[in-house]
Design a protein around this ligand. Sequence first.
Ligand code: DON
Length: 596
Amino acid sequence: MPVLLSELVVFHYFSSMRTTLPFSSFDRLISFPLLFISFATLLATLFLGCRPNVPTYTAQKSEIYSTAAIAGPHPLATEVGEMILKKGGNAIDAAVAVQFAMAVCYPRAGNLGGGGFLVYRAADGDTRTLDYREKAPAAASRDMYLDDEGEVISDLSTLGHLAVGVPGTVAGIEAMFKEYGSLPWPELIEPAIQLARNGYRISQSEADRLNGFQEYFAQMNEQSPWMGDTFLVDQVIVQTELAATLVRIQENGSQGFYQGETARLITKEMEENGGLITAQDLKNYTATWRDPVTANYDNYRIISMPPSSSGGVALTQLLGMVEPYALDSLGFQSAATAQLMVEAERRAYADRAEYLGDSDFYPVPIGKLTDEAYLSERMADFSPDSAGTSADITAGAGLRKESFETTHISIIDSLGNAVSITTTLNGNFGSKVIVDGAGFFLNNEMDDFSAKPGVPNMFGLVGAEANAIAPGKRMLSSMTPTIVEKDGELFMVLGAPGGSTIITAVFQTFLNVAEFGMSLDEAVNAPRFHHQWLPDEIMVEPDALGEQVKATLAAKGYRFRDVGRMAVVKALQVLPDGRLHAVGDGRNPDDDVAGY
Ligand code: DON
């Protein structure tokens, strides 16, 4: 249960080491006198009630590895990945294990009840993507979030049972495992089961998040390890129900989620609370393999996610629109560079709103949108002398203040196979609904549909017919898991959480390396800016664009909005000598890298 003050970390020397998972922790202690350890353990266990087998951790943001590497949102999850890679698992094995681990120790975004996207590049250069995005339930309908006057009912698509799309995560994890996995499935889930059963210590940032969302949890749920008075750093969280759910998946594969007891618990949760997801919806869910969207930029090839994400198409458009300009000589975040990038972003997001949606339901003109001639025509009216204007409407002005969370993992294994996965519940802890008896949060991904043409969702994004709600359809995403080749060889793996700002974060991080000569950690941590057509303003992080640059752009007609932080990139780069630079983003205190 949540509040176990007696379980605060006592072994401070444990917490000073980044690895303390039960199965590997004591490897790193061999330099300590054995006697002292036993004595301290006994004392702590007997008198202080602490749990020496419960992992603690500190995050590491940048490291260079010789063989294999992973960057992710949480040290316990990356630690699981490292362990799998070291025992001979490939990048997909590690991705499977890490995703299950994140479902335990990173509940704000790691998930069983959400969905995601994989971009995969095998060591031989073969590339594929897997779409395991949530789908609208069969009973969903185009106007389900509108009142009698045709207005959007606030919160219906973000909070509670009606906000939930049919989860895709477990089907996706199983599909990638069946195609590429090499270690036994049960072994890959076991670390997550141990974390759920034995518990883990929450970080300060997790405690802050949990405390901030208690009001919503209480509104939606009766009980959960995630509900309590005040969560404290290092408090131990044990998730017995989640452990049992994971065991069902361990024993039965995705059927342990989409059928049987877990499915029964999900449908019960829905039936009792006005949700739409049925047993048939769960049974029908399948993940879909798709060809990636690829872009050439100088001697780079960018491999990214096609619809149902807009990420790959928009990234390709952005790169295509700025490539003709000599960004390196215009300079990093100079007024000229910023203006050019903003104008490219304005155009790409305008196209996103009109043309992007689930390509299984709507004929997204991917070829046309990413065509070189089209992109150059699109920039034909660009003028360095003045700001462009987005449509004369204020629809995008309603950006919500909620903090968002999604998550990303980048992995390269010892053979050179690369995995880029972004996965999400959408908002922090999704719909805030925890499946009673099964112990996991359900997504609020339905908000990524366009509930009504021109009305912004919680990221301020607008959409139209292409992204209208329909039964079985996937809602449009901005997630942009990406892999980059340089001269035909694997060069970068990157992606991020951050809603609509994901696309521009990947865009900027790549350009920071490719055009502005930054090291990967400089590139990831450089302050960013973002324009998404509507609202017609440039969002800026602290320190992004200088005051002088902002004044120059303001004089041309641009408007700015200060934001605390935007997307949180996790990236890997293959260095010229073949070593791997892994970088987590300083924007998330728990971002972490691991490898060997
Ligand atoms: O798919 C999408 O674009 C959103 N559901 C992602 C949400 C997100 O990144 C929230 N994050 N910080």
